[in-house]
Design a protein around this ligand. Structure first.
Ligand code: SF4
Length: 361
């Protein structure tokens, strides 16, 4: 029912010289500020003022512009399905305030050592049967270990690729040699989220720095593996922190090929366990703004989806989300059941598809 809008959309550009904090949100999103180029040309020099103007535009304008950018670069009737498996659970020495896998918090997460390769590949096979084309393996480590466990992860990556799926890992910080070894094993993408803005970061994590994260992303980029990096809303940050996160991501050159946008799932026992649910329309604004700033990236509607109504999820897809996690668990937090997802996609006329990571330069 939908088609790619490359041919027909009114291509337009948010002109670089409009970085003027005096402009109103509406003026930044209304012709003639847009011209023929915005939706397919990538910029890496976004300012906070521009991002704020986009984020705070009237919601209908914002979603409309994001949908245009989406259709100019992707098929609007396709969503990539990813499956995330926790291959090593709990006992992490870091103190990320949202995370039930931190050893510092008393949560119901049971610790589990690194899984074996056969179990992991069996899970990848089941994910493929459920329509997933990307299999993500997450391990609650601060750093990627330098012992036989890393060899085991490399074997998992080779096995997932042999199943014809994209392989993604999120294993914490890594060295350049480790990034290169993952690349040699065929890793498609490495996830390492920035989580939030540099300014708010210290309220959430104290055991590693923002710069550590940026350096990990740089090593992944140098290895040739594509970058998956995004953040979380609903942790008590203000909108300025969201603009700051988006600017960090959108000024990376190239942009991350995949940008997961998460909404906090408060877990009892973590410092953020008592936080009230975030307004889903903030998630829609975040996704739409990410879509406009990084039009060629996959924007992934990630954790927190279970708290969204079908209508809110539909709005997220309209705003440019084109990737989701399938399966009942995201590492340790709940996610919609596969059947519910398939029913929703059918109602929306959306197909689950594979998507090789694209270069976004
Ligand atoms: S988010 Fe990752 S690094 Fe932070 S505590 Fe959880 S598992 Fe550890």
């Amino acid at each position: 029912m939908f088609s790619c809008g490359r041919q027909s959309a009114t291509h337009c550009k948010l002109a670089p010289n409009t970085a003027n904090s005096n402009k109103t949100a509406t003026s930044l999103l209304t012709p003639p500020v847009y011209d023929e180029i915005l939706m397919t040309t990538l910029r890496h020099d976004w300012t906070i003022q521009e991002i704020e103007a986009i984020y705070t535009a009237p919601l209908s304008d914002l979603v409309f512009r994001a949908a245009e950018a989406h259709r100019a670069n992707h098929r609007a009737d396709e969503v990539q399905g990813c499956m995330l498996l926790s291959i090593k659970t709990g006992g992490c020495p870091e103190d990320c305030a949202y995370c039930p896998q931190s050893a510092r918090y008393d949560t119901e997460v049971d610790r589990q050592d690194l899984m074996n390769v056969d179990e992991t590949l069996a899970a990848a096979g089941r994910a493929r049967e459920q329509g997933a084309t990307r299999f993500c393996m997450g391990a609650a480590w601060r750093d990627v270990p330098k012992d036989g466990r890393f060899e085991r992860v490399l074997e998992m990556v080779r096995g997932v690729r042999a199943l014809g799926m994209e392989a993604c890992c999120t294993l914490g910080m890594l060295t350049q040699d480790q990034a290169d070894a993952l690349a040699d094993a065929g890793l498609s993408a490495y996830n390492h989220n920035l989580d939030t803005s540099p300014e708010f970061y210290g309220s959430i994590i104290t055991t590693r720095t923002y710069q550590d994260r940026l350096e990990t992303l740089a090593r992944v980029r140098r290895s040739g593996v594509t970058v998956c990096s995004g953040g979380i809303i609903g942790m008590g940050e203000d909108r300025a922190a969201r603009y700051g996160l988006l600017r960090q991501l959108a000024t990376l050159n190239p942009h991350p090929e995949s940008v997961p946008i998460n909404m906090l799932v408060p877990v009892e026992g973590t410092p953020l366990g008592g936080r009230a649910a975030e307004d889903p329309l903030e998630l829609v604004r975040m996704i739409a703004t990410a879509r406009i700033l990084m039009p060629k990236s996959m924007v992934r509607l990630s954790a927190g989806r279970l708290a969204l109504s079908e209508e809110a999820q539909a709005l997220c897809f309209l705003a440019g989300a084109n990737s989701v996690f399938l399966g009942e668990k995201l590492l340790t937090t709940p996610n919609p059941e596969s059947d519910a997802d398939l029913r929703l996609f059918e109602k929306l006329g959306v197909k689950l598809v594979g998507a090789e990571p694209r270069a976004t330069t």
